[in-house]
Design a protein around this ligand. Structure first.
Ligand code: SF4
Length: 226
């Protein structure tokens, strides 16, 4: 791209499958100056928008924001991490306390609606190579989670809403990896939706994401996940 001094901000995509057969994609980007996620279409109409592109190495789409230079984006992230660390610890901070969970979450996340038939859910999970998905309402807010285990043993036509687990836990996108690890291990949950300030799903994190991050931290080469 020809915007060397514009910051790259990763796009996350919420794909919502409904019972009427539609699969809507809602790409969003976290806007540091506004401190919230917003639709990429809003970003495109901002005077600081400088284009978009794809990082071929990481397989991730991004927008270029002129408001932030690469350097200032790094400083903002560093300031945010420091804040999280101060809030959470009494003595010092660890890498998992300093690193936002958004850095390891799956940012191209499949979501489903309650009216989706289980037969379609099973096919979607298989196609995407995932074992579960957040269930969202019409505003994109999580109301439950559903997994392939919920489909097993159901021998009649049924919908996601009939078998899903009602949602009890989410984390904000400002949370750290250690908060995600603590919540998942304490509550025994295997996937945790990450939500924006307005409560919409922006990603999902699993224990495997944390294990990959730990392995990478110790120098092991791990393939990127989206
Ligand atoms: S281009 Fe505008 S809306 Fe998009 S991230 Fe930058 S400041 Fe925010």
């Amino acid at each position: 791209m020809t915007e060397p001094d514009a910051a790259r901000l990763q796009i996350h995509v919420r794909r919502v499958a409904s019972g009427d057969g539609t699969l809507e994609s809602e790409p969003e980007v976290y806007c540091p100056p506004r401190d919230k996620s917003m639709p990429v279409s809003d970003c495109e109409s901002c005077e600081d928008y400088a284009g978009s592109g794809i990082d071929l190495d990481a397989g991730r789409n991004f927008v270029l924001c002129r408001r932030l230079t690469s350097e200032s984006a790094r400083s903002l992230r560093a300031a945010r991490r420091a804040y999280i660390g101060r809030r959470m610890t009494v003595e010092g901070t660890s890498p998992s306390e300093r690193t936002p969970v958004t850095e390891i979450m799956t940012s191209d996340v499949l979501c489903v609606r309650e009216d989706l038939p289980l037969s379609q859910l099973a096919r979607l999970l298989l196609d995407r190579g995932v074992t579960g998905a957040p269930v969202v309402n019409e505003r994109g807010e999580p109301i439950g989670v559903v997994s392939q285990h919920d489909v097993l043993g159901v021998d009649r036509p049924a919908t996601v809403g009939e078998v899903m687990t009602r949602l009890t836990f989410v984390l904000p996108e400002s949370a750290s990896i250690s908060q995600a690890a603590a919540l998942m291990s304490f509550e025994g949950v295997h996937r945790l939706p990450i939500v924006s300030d307005d409560g919409k799903v922006v990603g999902i994190v699993s224990p495997l994401d944390i294990l990959r991050w730990l392995a990478r931290l110790d120098g092991y080469l791990m393939p990127e996940r989206r």
